[in-house]
Design a protein around this ligand. Structure first.
Ligand SMILES: [Zn+2]
Length: 292
C-alpha cells in the first residue's frame, strides 16, 4: 500500500530554508575556509547575475568564511563576496570530478589546492544564481531589502513587523522582504507550532500570539538545524522534520485531527483544524483552484 502523501507534494520540490542553508554554510565553511581561489567560472550564461565587479578580483584571495543571510549563501573572499541563491533545485557541492560540462552546472569555484565547488541546478527554471558584490553585501542586490532573519527576531521586533502588515500570517512569514529565511515548509510548521491559523490577519495578532510565534520560529528552526547538522549533505525535502508539511491527510501528532490543506499553484498551506482554526476547515477565497 502506498504511503500517505501530501497532495501536490513532489510536483514542486521544496526550497531549502534557513536551517538547511545555515547548516550547509557551516559545512562549507568547515571544509573550505582558508582555501585560496584560483578562479571562478560561470558555466551557464544565466548563472552570474552581476557585471561588476568582475569575479576575477577574488582570484588569489583566501575564502574568509562561508555564511548565510536569509536563504542565501555568502562566500566572503575579503575583497569581494559571492552571494549564492540556490532557489529550488540549486545545490552548491564539492566538485570531485571537475567535468568540462557537468550536468546542470551553473558555476564553479576552483581553488589553488586543486579542490572545487560546483553550483548545479536541477530542472529547467534556471533561477539559481551568483551575485558578486563589493563592500557590505547587505546594502546591495540580492540582499538589499531583505527583512531581518527570522531566528533573530524578539517579540518586540516581530510584533512591530506584524502590526504593519495586514495580511495572512502564512504569506507574511514567507515574504523575504518582511522576514528572511522562512519558506513554505517552515511557514506551515511555525503556524502549527504557534497554534495560529495560517490565514490569521498578521496585524491583528495579540501579544501572546506574537510570543508564541517567536517561540515557534525558534523551535522549528532549531529542529531543522539539528537534523541538518547531522547530515553530510543537504537533506531532500521529504527528510525535513515537521508536523503538518507533507503530512496532509495524516493525523496531527498533537491532537489526532486530520491535517488539512489549501492548495495553491506553487505551494500547499497545511494545517490542523483542531490546533489552529478552532476546528474550522479553511477555504481559500482569493485564488480559486478552478481559476488556475
Ligand atoms: Zn492538531
Amino acid at each position: 500500500m502506498p504511503l500517505p502523501r501530501a497532495r501536490g507534494a513532489g510536483t514542486v520540490g521544496a526550497l531549502p530554508e534557513l536551517p538547511e542553508i545555515q547548516a550547509h554554510a557551516e559545512r562549507l565553511d568547515a571544509a573550505f575556509a582558508g582555501a585560496v581561489l584560483d578562479r571562478f567560472t560561470p558555466l551557464a550564461f544565466t548563472a552570474l547575475k552581476t557585471a561588476v565587479p568582475a569575479p576575477d578580483v577574488a582570484n588569489g584571495h583566501e575564502l574568509v568564511f562561508v555564511g548565510r543571510r536569509g536563504k542565501h549563501l555568502l562566500l566572503d573572499f575579503g575583497v569581494t563576496t559571492f552571494v549564492v541563491h540556490l532557489m529550488q533545485g540549486g545545490r552548491l557541492k564539492v566538485d570531485d570530478k571537475q567535468a568540462a560540462k557537468p550536468r546542470g552546472g551553473q558555476a564553479r569555484w576552483q581553488f589553488t589546492d586543486g579542490r572545487a565547488l560546483l553550483l548545479t541546478e536541477a530542472g529547467t527554471e534556471r533561477k539559481a544564481g551568483v551575485w558578486v558584490v563589493d563592500g557590505d553585501p547587505e546594502d546591495q542586490p540580492p540582499l538589499h531589502g531583505l527583512g531581518p532573519d527570522a531566528d533573530k527576531l524578539d517579540p518586540n521586533g516581530l510584533g512591530t513587523l506584524l502590526a504593519s502588515h495586514p495580511m495572512r500570517l502564512h504569506g507574511f512569514l514567507r515574504d523575504q522582504h518582511i522576514v528572511a529565511g522562512l519558506g513554505r515548509r517552515l511557514a506551515n510548521e511555525v503556524c502549527h507550532r504557534a497554534r495560529l491559523s495560517p490565514f490569521a490577519n498578521a496585524a491583528k495578532l495579540d501579544r501572546d500570539d506574537v510570543k508564541s510565534l517567536v517561540e515557534a520560529i525558534q523551535v522549528c528552526v532549531n529542529e531543522g538545524l539539528a537534523v541538518e547538522r547531522g547530515l553530510p549533505e543537504m537533506s531532500s525535502s521529504a527528510d525535513r522534520p515537521g508536523h503538518v508539511h507533507h503530512r496532509v491527510g495524516e493525523p496531527c501528532a498533537v491532537c489526532g485531527d486530520e491535517i488539512r490543506s489549501v492548495e495553491y499553484v506553487r505551494y500547499t498551506v497545511a494545517y490542523c483544524p483542531t490546533c489552529q482554526t478552532g476546528g474550522r476547515v479553511l477555504a481559500d477565497n482569493t485564488t480559486s483552484k478552478f481559476l488556475k
